[in-house]
Design a protein around this ligand. Structure first.
Ligand code: FE
Length: 213
């Protein structure tokens, strides 16, 4: 964590600088959020408890949801076909509702590798992956992934064969993507639970590959 010289006088017992308190004035949008939230509660439109429950539900989503979907697609050909035909409906059937948005599953094959990005902001299949990592929202990832995807992949430690096509999918407010990675070699005897443990978050964004068994 970056720190300035003033912090050197304030070290914790372990020798690390204490994290600074975030005492900066609220931004315009933070003030707007508080004002709107308090008004909605005052007017009886919602309650603090309902808002907190929604925050808890959002925080409880994790890449384990997506991993369960991928593992099922690897083991159940009918589900895989349904997922590739209509990912919103197929994942809703598993209990992962993306709401009114369209979800598209893109399949990695020996010929093509897929990556997802939101060049505008941070659109992400949160029902399957939880909150996006900071790098996914960074200007560098958003700008570079569409211009030099192989260079970005190399920085994630992924090197693809020369002849493989790389397809980059730009997400929008109402269109989200999930990568269906290729099932790793040597997993023929594994069941869906074992396979799900090999499916990393990054393999469903396309910046990684599934783990080897
Ligand atoms: Fe976005």
């Amino acid at each position: 964590m970056p720190h300035d010289h003033a912090d050197h006088d304030h070290l914790s017992p372990s020798g690390h600088p204490y994290r600074k308190d975030q005492d900066a004035p609220l931004t315009h949008w933070q003030q707007m959020e508080i004002a709107l939230r308090e008004l909605l509660i005052d007017k009886g439109v919602t309650t603090a408890g309902e808002i907190q429950n929604q925050i808890n539900a959002m925080d409880s989503r994790s890449p384990a949801n997506g991993a369960a979907v991928v593992a099922r697609a690897w083991t159940d050909p009918a589900f895989k076909a349904a997922l590739l035909a209509d990912a919103s409906a197929a994942t809703r059937e598993m209990g992962f509702d993306i709401g009114p948005m369209n979800l598209i599953a893109v399949e990695n094959t020996q010929a093509a590798h897929n990556m997802i990005v939101c060049t505008l902001c941070s659109c992400y299949p949160r029902n399957l992956l939880g909150l996006p990592p900071d790098w996914y929202k960074s200007r560098a990832y958003r700008a570079r992934t569409v211009k030099e995807p192989r260079a970005v992949l190399a920085e994630f430690g992924v090197t693809l064969p020369d002849g493989m096509t790389v397809r980059v999918h730009d997400s929008t407010a109402d269109m989200r993507y999930i990568v269906l990675p290729a099932r790793p070699k040597g997993t023929e005897g594994m069941d869906a639970d074992g396979l799900a443990a090999l499916v990393t978050r990054d393999s469903m964004i396309g910046t990684g590959l599934p783990l080897a068994p």
